[in-house]
Design a protein around this ligand. Structure first.
Ligand SMILES: Nc1ncnc2c1ncn2[C@@H]1O[C@H](COP(=O)(O)OP(=O)(O)OP(=O)(O)O)[C@@H](O)[C@H]1O
Ligand SMILES: [Zn+2]
Ligand SMILES: [Zn+2]
Length: 950
């Protein structure tokens, strides 16, 4: 048994290391972080009071702690407490050893309360209902103790059911088999599932079922267990997480198997509760007696609290002690009976330990042990259950995330290697059957995972193969709901990640904004929030996303990748966060994490990321390439208009300034990149500039040719090319539009229809200004390294400058007009009166216009709108060019919802306020106003000579 010894001693050592890392983390928190901060981190709950106290299974005292309801705190602060967590209860003096009252196990957590079971057999705990208590999550050593014990038992294993199994699992004996014909319960199993079931049944010691995402692993495991029951085998079925165990309980119960679920009943799903040990005991013959004893204990507690004198209290304590002993004996008898009757006993891996209910069973009671989600468990935790059986069936997917391990060294020295993986390394495919038909993802989503992770062996079942969101009832057909793959590329958009030193917590606010817009597009197309998952690899980003989205969409699930394993959603929006010049991807470099994130999606996955950054990682690059090739790609610029107020429609300079300033600050702020990287960047920049000039030349040629109304770029243009087109179009004040889907998507530019000669003139002036400003900025960039700027402040500052310039221009132009009278200016207010006489229909409007202030409607803005005003279609007022953007003067929401309507109608976001919103009440007026504008324009050109007479 050399192999066993070696394994046990090494694993014990690694577990110790891991345990120390965990304790160290807790200690660091306790020493360096204030209680308030701990509460913010979700590991501490402050100032709770006792709601009630009762006696649970095994005579444990269960205390329900609540926030200070009388002070209006109706729910607990958001926290990470969960059932099974070990917690310390402290008086309000602090969270130190001195003030600790006791330690317990969380049995239930709700919004409004947390239940903690205290093992107080030694000394009766009593709580003061008036006092406040703090609760702190402690490093959980129960799990460690159980794993250590299982390892020691493994090492010293001499006789017992698992002898042969141990030999096989450590390579001392080859696995053997014995095949037999099977009649399947589930007639719908696919070939790979049938093969897996047959294989599992025929193996004498070991079978591994590899179930990639959505391949019906649970369906297969359920069939295996039903077959085992048919053969008269007793099965112990475990999984590392409560969720996975409950899932199996539910499915087995549906198939009428006699199931028994071990674990704290209070925390189980309602549908599961009736299968819990507590519930079954409650319906057993012993139930009444047990209930009576419990009541007596509770009564004794109440009595004890009322007693002031020490002598009397001691009596009560003795009484309680005796009652507890009796309770335990009776419970043990009842439990044994119930356990023996069950066909399948289910628990978490650690719940299968010897000091729980299973101690009531003889060692050889179980025949088979089934471990689901085996790749997510520490091997040591598997051994807690494995020592009880002759044969084991391990199901899982080792291409998804392994168990979380805190100690880097322990992980790298092998603690993160799952039993499943270790066996596959040892025996190869001979012990494995893989499920290959998947019932979740559209094949476009699946194909990438299949190719990169599962040797291309997956096929999509015909029922899901081509399903997309628009096939769901009530979901409209728009671009977002028609494509399974959508890549929103932020490359070059300046949406850099936040500068946080902590590798585990990265955020990206720009991506949050884009995610928000995409979610809105999906919801407006009719998708339900509960069918969408927002996934981010970083906790900070998860928090940012929740802050932004949770209030409006309480049913939207926003979680880290790790929190979503084992789940699925119709649509998944994935924010990859990382965007930096160094091309650092950090945490994202774990391929399995990305695999999990992507494979949660059934019909649609949208990935928001900076492709320039994430492409530095081979696996992420394969995802980007796949999405580019088979999906739809948009640049974040198609969204940015809606996010930040800098709508560039007429502020041509801003586009350029923001994109170049954004990326340059990002680049410089990151410190000195190694020279090679720098060279590479310069090369890229140069290539970009060349490309951009090419595109610009093309557009300029188009502009000169007045016969052409539209310039269409080929669909071979990459998203980056399209971005450049976008920038050039914005620079020149042109309309641009993306059409088509996927590979056929292409961009075109055209002249804005309402463009007047006057505006062209202005643009000419501005273009030269823009060039100068750009030159200036470029030289500044080369000279100095700027601190990181956020887009908003950059924008606001620019707005200010812009306004000053505009006002200055306007003043000069007015001077110019009155001086020379040769201006090509479009008609100003002075012409309105003349115009009015020509067309009765417009009388009313014209009067209104005349009466209306000739200055910008924006509060405190004095800029004239007579010559360069813009009408806002949402509020129907005139604004100067600095304030005409809806977001700036307060019509942002209306504009957004209007833009969204257009997105859901046409699937594309446009610059500026776009077409008039027909649903608006003053729409008729706006329509007339526009008619008036063009009329005035016509009249102005007719009256040009007249002007000179005035
Ligand atoms: N043979 C089959 N025929 C039709 N549908 C199936 C089949 N097997 C599984 N499914 C469907 O696939 C989905 C996932 O199956 P199941 O719940 O067994 O897998 P899981 O274990 O939860 O998921 P995973 O495979 O990701 O672990 C379910 O909706 C199930 O109905
Ligand atoms: Zn407005
Ligand atoms: Zn203004």
């Amino acid at each position: 048994m050399m192999a066993v010894e070696k394994f046990v001693s090494k694993t014990l050592e690694l577990l110790q290391e891991e345990r120390e890392a965990e304790i160290e983390e807790t200690r660091l928190w306790q020493e360096n972080i204030s209680l308030k901060d701990l509460q913010n981190k979700g590991v501490c709950l402050l100032k709770l009071h006792i709601g009630s106290q009762s006696t649970g299974l095994y005579g444990r005292t269960v205390v329900i702690l609540e926030p200070r309801k009388h002070l209006g705190f109706l729910s607990l602060p958001s926290n990470s407490f969960g059932p099974g967590d070990i917690v310390g209860l402290y008086d309000t003096a602090g969270c130190t050893a001195d003030s600790q009252i006791g330690t317990g196990i969380v049995t239930r957590v709700s919004q409004a309360s947390i239940s903690v079971a205290f093992d107080d057999s030694k000394e009766g705990l009593s709580f003061d209902t008036e006092a406040f208590y703090n609760l702190l999550k402690l490093a959980n050593d129960v799990t460690y103790k159980r794993m250590k014990r299982a390892l020691n038992d493994l090492n010293g294993y001499s006789s017992g059911p698992a002898g042969n199994l141990i030999n096989v699992l450590f390579g001392n004996t080859k696995p053997s088999c014995l095949s037999q014909p099977i009649e399947f319960f589930n007639k719908n199993l696919d070939d790979s599932q049938r093969e897996a079931v047959s294989f599992a049944l025929s193996q004498r010691e070991l079978a591994v079922i590899h179930g990639p995402p959505g391949t019906g692993k649970t369906t297969t495991v359920v069939e295996i267990i039903l077959q085992a029951i048919k053969q008269g085998q007793k099965v112990l079925c475990c999984a590392p997480s409560n969720v996975a165990v409950d899932n199996l309980v539910e499915r087995l119960a549906q198939c009428k198997a006699k199931v028994l679920r071990l674990g704290h009943p209070a925390r189980l799903l309602e549908s599961i509760q009736k299968h819990s040990l507590d519930a079954i005991i409650a319906h057993s013959a012993n139930a009444d007696i047990i209930a009576d004893i419990r009541k007596d204990i509770d009564k004794a507690f109440v009595g004890m609290k009322k007693m002031g004198e020490k002598g009397e209290r001691t009596n009560f304590k003795r009484e309680i002690g005796e009652l507890r002993k009796e309770l335990k004996t009776r419970e043990a008898a009842a439990i044994t009976q119930i356990l023996k009757r069950a066909d399948v006993v289910l628990s978490t891996n650690t719940g299968a330990c010897d000091n729980g209910p299973l101690k009531c069973l003889p060692a050889e009671h179980f025949d088979w042990v089934v471990i689901d989600e085996c790749a997510q468990a520490l091997e040591s935790s598997c051994w807690i259950a494995l020592l009880r059986a002759r044969k084991c069936i391990l199901a899982g997917d080792y291409k998804q995330l392994p168990p979380t391990i805190k100690s880097q060294t322990a992980a790298s020295r092998g603690l993160s290697l799952s039993l499943m993986e270790r066996l596959i390394q040892m025996y190869g495919d001979s012990v494995v059957r893989m499920l290959t038909v998947q019932y979740r993802m559209n094949s476009a989503i699946m194909d990438w995972a299949s190719k990169e992770m599962y040797q291309g062996r997956l096929t999509a079942h015909s029922s899901v193969e081509s399903h997309v969101l628009k096939d769901l009832p009530g979901v409209a057909c728009v671009e977002e709901t028609s494509t399974p793959l959508l890549l929103i590329d932020t490359a070059g958009c300046g949406l850099n990640e936040m500068e946080v030193s902590d590798e585990q917590s990265k955020g990206n606010e720009g991506e949050v904004d884009i995610v928000e817009l995409h979610i809105k597009a999906l919801i407006e197309a009719g998708l339900k929030a509960k069918d969408i998952a927002v996934i981010a690899p970083y906790n900070l980003q998860v928090d940012l996303l929740r802050q932004k989205l949770s209030a409006r969409h309480p049913e939207l699930e926003i979680k880290s990748v790790d929190g979503f394993q084992g789940r699925e959603k119709e649509a998944v929006v994935l924010s990859l966060v990382r965007s930096n010049r160094k091309g650092e991807v950090g945490f994202l470099a774990e391929d399995r994490r990305i695999n999990v994130a992507v494979t949660r999606a059934r019909r649609h996955i949208a990935v928001v990321c900076d492709t320039q950054t994430v492409k530095n990682h081979t696996f992420l690059k394969s995802l980007v390439d796949h999405m580019t090739k088979f999906g739809e790609v948009r640049t974040a610029f198609e969204y940015i208009h809606d996010i930040a107020p800098q709508n560039y429609t007429r502020d041509h300079k801003e586009t350029k300034a923001s994109s170049s300033a954004g990326s340059s600050s990002k680049q410089k702020a990151k410190g000195q990149p190694p020279s090679k990287v720098k060279q590479e960047q310069q090369k890229q920049k140069k290539a970009q500039k060349v490309r951009r000039n090419e595109i610009r030349e093309q557009v300029e040629r188009f502009l000169e040719d007045l016969r052409r109304s539209e310039l269409q770029f080929p669909s071979s243009f990459t998203s980056h090319d399209r971005l450049l087109v976008h920038q050039v179009a914005e620079e020149l004040g042109l309309v641009h539009e993306s059409r088509g889907e996927g590979k056929d998507r292409c961009i075109s530019v055209s002249r804005p229809q309402e463009i007047t000669e006057a505006e062209q003139l202005t643009q000419e002036e501005e273009k030269t200004e823009a060039h100068e400003e750009e030159k200036l900025q470029n030289s500044q960039k080369e000279l100095q390294s700027q601190p990181p700027l956020d887009l908003k402040s950059l924008h606001l500052e620019r707005m200010k400058r812009e306004q000053q310039k505009r006002e200055e221009n306007a003043r000069q132009r007015n001077l110019h007009i009155s001086a020379s009278g040769k201006s090509k200016m479009k008609s100003g207010a002075c012409d309105i009166a003349t115009a009015a006489a020509l067309d009765d229909d417009f009388d009313v409007l014209i009067n209104a216009v005349k009466k209306a202030d000739s200055v910008c409607s924006f509060v405190k803005c004095k800029a004239s709108v007579l010559t360069l005003g813009q009408l806002c279609l949402f509020c129907n007022r005139q604004y100067c060019l600095s304030h005409h953007i809806p977001e700036v003067h307060g019509c942002g929401d209306k504009a957004k919802s209007h833009a969204r309507m257009r997105i859901s109608r046409e699937g594309v976001l446009y610059a500026g306020s776009g077409k008039k919103d027909m649903s608006m009440d003053p729409s008729k007026k706006a329509h007339l106003q526009r008619k008036l504008d063009s009329k005035l324009k016509d009249m102005a050109s007719q009256r040009k000579p007249k002007k000179e007479d005035r």
